[in-house]
Write a protein that binds this ligand. Structure first.
Ligand SMILES: CSC[C@H]1O[C@H](OP(=O)(O)O)[C@H](O)[C@@H]1O
Length: 354
């Protein structure tokens, strides 16, 4: 039986060489390639191209990225360094709009910068490195805690459907939606995971199936249009998904197709859980209508995975890469502080007070 915790760490800092090391998730499962990035333009591109992806992993990469970008500054005053810091922060913030962890991490790094007011540039840079390392280290503990809370609503031997990839490579370790799978495996829970391939970028086929097979977990890959039949046939006892931004009322933005899975789960009376670190919950967003949904290039639909385009050249396309699952379709939102149940406008803020 494999050991999930040995699954590759997807974001690392090589401070000695001022380098951000990223597992390139766009070439998995066929190649395992680590990118060594020194320039902010390359970090921006890695986030935009989903070379690093998954809300928590994006936040961790942004924390290290803004540290490395600020480390390059030659400013010899606190204020001068702050001007350079803000330029890097604003640049990285423009890479992708939906996953709140990007902005949460960058804002947390700015708060730490401000907490160091009056210090020398060298001292501030050291503090930024420390904060970026804390973001990563905390994420490991957060995901493990989400996994433990999730196990409290699952039974050994259950069929679990998941969408996209909210696994260990999308976080510091364990993942969010996959955390209970890994923790359950260590306890002999013998979950049977059904992974939606998740068109158009196939995070489920390329990443979740790869991660879980590598860890020795029972995983079955299905096309997105098969979610209904596996539920109807009684193969699924729970749905677990990740998230990119949770609004105060519980409306949740996650990979495109998630809301359809939630509607199916409601129809078949199957519990549907969102696994959400508090860093992905945005109480400033009152409802899902306030969440900016990223639109992506047409080629991801028409040609990215094929030697020749599989659609008429220049056909009109629409490629929103997230959708919003209405809070009424969500059984519970599993955080590192506990499970929030409806009414989420009351239960979610309570999670931040624990
Ligand atoms: C714990 S990963 C959360 C979330 O991020 C993924 O989006 P993307 O692959 O575009 O970065 C997906 O929606 C996951 O559920």
């Amino acid at each position: 039986m494999g050991n999930p915790v040995e699954v590759i760490q997807s974001v690392k800092l090589d401070d000695e060489n001022s380098t951000l090391i990223l597992l390139d998730q766009t070439v998995l499962p066929n190649e395992t390639v680590f990118l060594e990035l020194k320039e902010m333009e390359d970090v921006w591109d890695a986030i935009y191209q989903l070379k690093v992806r998954g809300a928590p992993a994006i936040g961790i990469a942004a924390g290290y990225g803004v540290y490395l970008g600020t480390k390059k500054s030659t400013a010899d005053t606190y204020d001068g360094l702050y001007e350079d810091f803000k330029k890097v922060k604003e640049y990285l913030a423009s890479s992708r709009p939906t996953a709140v962890n990007l902005f949460w991490a960058l804002n947390r790094m700015e708060d730490r910068f401000k907490a160091e007011e009056g210090k020398t540039p060298a001292e501030v840079k050291a503090a930024l490195k420390e904060e970026a390392e804390l973001i990563r280290a905390e994420d490991e503990q957060i995901c493990e805690s989400i996994g433990k809370y999730a196990l409290s609503v699952l039974e050994p031997g259950w069929g679990i459907l998941t969408h996209c990839n909210a696994g260990t490579i999308a976080t510091a370790k364990y993942g969010t939606a996959l955390a209970p799978i890994y923790l359950g495996q260590e306890k002999g829970y013998d979950f049977k995971v059904y992974a939606d391939e998740t068109r158009p970028l196939l995070q489920g086929a390329r990443l979740t199936a790869w991660e879980l097979e590598k860890a020795g977990v029972d995983v079955t890959l299905i096309c997105d249009n098969m979610a209904s039949i596996v539920m109807k046939e009684g193969k699924i006892q729970a749905v677990l998904v990740g998230c990119d931004r949770v609004a105060e009322n519980g409306d949740t933005a996650n990979k495109i197709g998630t809301s359809g899975v939630a509607i199916l789960a409601k129809h078949y009376n199957i519990p549907f859980y969102v696994c959400a670190p508090l860093s992905t919950i945005d109480l400033e967003c009152k409802t899902g209508d306030d969440i900016h949904i990223e639109l992506r290039p047409s080629e991801e639909i028409t040609s990215k995975w094929y030697e020749k385009p599989m659609a008429p050249e220049n056909v009109k396309t629409y490629n929103p890469c997230f959708d919003v699952t209405d809070h009424s379709l969500i059984t519970g939102i599993i955080t590192e502080k506990g499970i929030a149940y409806a009414p989420f406008t009351e239960s979610l803020p309570q999670m931040f007070k624990k």
